[in-house]
Design a protein around this ligand. Sequence first.
Ligand code: PLP
Length: 417
Amino acid sequence: MSVFDKIESEVRSYCRSWPVVFDTAVGSRISDTDGRSYLDFFAGAGALNYGHNNPVLKNAVIEYLLRDGVTHSLDMHTVAKRDFLETFAEVVLAPRELDYKVMFPGPAGANAVEAALKLARKVTGRQSIINFTNAFHGMTLGALSVTGNSLKRGGAGIPLVHATPMPFDNYLDGQTPDFLLFERLLQDSGSGLNEPAAVIVETVQGEGGINVARVEWLRALSELCQRHGILLIFDDVQMGCGRTGPFFSFEAAGIKPDIVCLSKSIGGFGLPLGLTLLRPELDIWEPGEHNGTFRGVNPAFVAATEAIRTYWTDDTLEKSTLAKGEQVGRALAELAQAYPGLQARGRGLARGLRFESGELAGQVCRAAFERGLLMETAGPDGEVAKVMPPLTVSDAELEEGLVVIAAAVQATVGGRR
Ligand code: PLP
């Protein structure tokens, strides 16, 4: 019996899909202790947009450690944090005409979401939040209250309150005008809807099954929030940092959210870093009113700064992500055409292939693993195989991965035609 079976909690999950011991990883590949190499089209669930052990980021971190740069600093001022803030403001915010203050809420996506929800409630004095069907915002109680998945919600052990789900884009198959229900509930003083402090939304629901919101839907949501004085929170934890092409996934819709959550790939190297961005007028926090021990992981600041300088001073990565995304999209669409019951979806390099059941999607991911590729499932029943290579994946690796995916689909559903 391995030490994992012996003492690690039953709560572990990804390791059940990939029952090997991983040891080294470079770029889009990860290797196990038997020396077998796998193409990683999981990319740390979006935390490894720049690949494993990206040499530029690695060197920056190594240099910082070798010169005895401060590693841990809560929210004290450090050179690494100064460099990060200056670079983030200059390269990411200013060119997009985004005026945000930066809050470090703790390293995880859930930390960024909790801070956003708390702030929206503090600013408006209201308690209720509007979330969307199949949303995923994290595992802490506030984040879980605005998450859809019933298994995950069940883990809370207490009622999850003060959140009201509305239909995400295309939830009603275009049969009902998009915000008919939401707007009517807001207008009707007899509807029973508690006045919302904020709406929290993802542009593409990653864990929810690669559900893509159309830009016009996002724009209409933003306008609705403005009309009704509701704060708009974009959770860009998984789709930010270039996953859909532009740095922020909402850029395509041309909107400016009140609050933005970032984590996962903002740390560049897979190091823990979370940000909650807020319009300056919303910055009514008292000093220390929200804090946390791991808000100043300086090697993460160093890697984040280097990642921004390397990949976001021009549009090379954005363009290549869009082009590679189109390529994956075409390959998945071909599979969907060849095998009835499959559906291709996604934007940028956040792509997915929906199957008729979670069982089938799981079998395809297992078949891919046997052929040397990591992909995870998403969606309420795990019915979507999620294709998320690092954005830095080479053309040859992408091509190789798509061939593996096609073979895995053929091996699994090919015989069922
Ligand atoms: N928000 C979104 C959109 C996510 O996809 C995730 C994680 O997958 C989270 C929040 C939670 O992030 P974390 O697992 O780092 O708490």
